[in-house]
Design a protein around this ligand. Structure first.
Ligand code: COA
Length: 266
C-alpha cells in the first residue's frame, strides 16, 4: 500500500493524477512531478485542456504560462465553476546552479543534523515523518512510492535531528517529457521546515543539494517552483537559491466538488 498524506480529497487527487499519468504520460504536452498532471505552455487549446485536467483530477494548472495569458485561462476556469488559483513561477537556470554551489560552499549546518536522501530502502517510518512534517506546513508531498524511486526521476531529501525527527524536507523531479522543449527543466520545491527549526537555512541546505543532484544525475539545467504571491518566506528562499520571479505563472484551478474550498498545497 502506497503512503500518501493529505486530506481524503488531496489523497484522491494524487491517486487520480497517478492513474491519469499512466494513461497519458507519453504525451509531451503534459508534466507530472509525482503529485498532479499539468499542462505546459500556452496554446490555443490550453484553457479547454486544463479545465478537463481539473475535472479529472480535482486540480491542475498550466505551467510556463506567460503572465499575460493567465487572465484568459483563469476566466475560463471560473466560468466552468472551478476555483481559479495562480502561483508565481520562480525559475532559475545557471543562476540556480551558481547559487546552490555558493550556498553550500559557505554553509555549516547546526550540530547533530544529518541531510539524507530517500531511496528504495527508505523505511515506512521515515516516509511517514517526511509526509507528516511537510503536511503540517501545508505542503503536499509526493507519494512514498515516488520517494522510493518509482515515477518521475528525481531527488527527495530530508534533514534528520538526533532524536530521529524529520525537521526539513524538499525535492525535485524531472517532470517534463523528454520530447518537451522543457526536457532539461526540473520541478523543484515541496520545501518545508518545522517551525522550531526555521531561519537556520535548512530549507536552503536541502534545496541547494537537490538542485546539484538533479543537475549531476539527470542533466537538469533549469529549476522552477510555483510560489503564492503572499508567501514571503518561500519567495525569499527561492531568491536566495537563484530562482527568481519569472515572466511565467502556474495558472490553474481546484474543483470545489472534489476539494471544497481547501488549497491543494502551499
Ligand atoms: C519556506 C520555508 C521552507 C523556509 O524554511 P527555512 O528553513 O526557515 O528557510 P531558510 O532558513 O533556509 O531561509 C531561506 C531564506 O529565506 C529567508 N526567509 C526565511 N523565512 C522568511 C520569512 N518569513 N520572511 C522573509 N524571509 C524569510 C531567509 O532569511 C533566507 O534568506 P537569506 O539567506 O537571504 O537571509 C519555511 O518557512 C516553511 O516551511 N514554510 C511553510 C511551507 C512553505 O511555504 N513551503 C514553500 C512552498 S512553495
Amino acid at each position: 500500500m502506497d503512503i500518501i498524506y493529505g486530506s481524503p480529497a488531496q489523497v484522491g487527487i494524487v491517486q487520480r493524477a497517478a492513474a491519469l499519468h499512466r494513461l497519458i504520460g507519453d504525451d509531451p504536452r503534459f508534466t507530472y512531478q509525482g503529485r498532479t498532471v499539468s499542462l505546459v505552455g500556452e496554446t490555443p487549446e490550453a484553457a479547454g485542456i486544463v479545465t478537463d485536467l481539473v475535472r479529472l483530477q480535482g486540480y491542475s494548472s498550466v505551467q510556463f504560462l506567460p503572465r499575460a495569458a493567465s487572465a484568459r485561462i483563469q476566466a475560463h476556469l471560473a466560468q466552468a465553476g472551478l476555483n481559479p488559483v495562480e502561483w508565481e513561477q520562480f525559475w532559475g537556470q545557471d543562476s540556480a546552479l551558481e547559487a546552490a554551489r555558493d550556498f553550500l560552499a559557505g554553509y555549516s549546518p547546526p550540530d547533530g543534523l544529518e541531510l539524507c536522501e530517500t531511496d528504495a530502502d527508505t523505511d515506512d517510518d521515515t516516509i511517514h515523518r517526511i509526509c507528516a512534517m511537510s503536511q503540517d506546513q501545508g505542503v503536499l508531498t509526493v507519494p512514498g512510492s515516488v520517494m522510493r524511486g518509482a515515477g518521475p526521476r528525481g531527488v527527495m531529501m530530508y534533514v534528520r535531528a538526533p532524536d530521529g525527527a524529520v525537521v526539513a524536507a524538499g525535492g525535485g523531479y524531472m517532470s517534463y517529457h523528454p520530447d518537451s522543449v522543457r526536457a532539461t527543466e526540473a520541478f523543484w520545491g515541496m520545501l518545508a521546515t518545522a517551525p522550531d527549526w526555521r531561519g537556520k537555512r535548512l530549507a536552503c541546505w536541502v534545496g541547494a543539494t537537490v538542485i546539484l543532484r538533479l543537475a549531476e544525475r539527470y542533466g537538469a539545467r533549469g529549476f522552477s517552483s510555483g510560489v503564492k504571491a503572499d508567501n514571503a518566506a518561500s519567495q525569499a528562499m527561492c531568491t536566495r537559491l537563484g530562482l527568481i520571479q519569472s515572466e511565467f505563472v502556474y495558472s490553474g484551478a481546484t474543483d470545489p466538488a472534489m476539494l471544497g474550498d481547501g488549497p491543494i498545497t502551499r
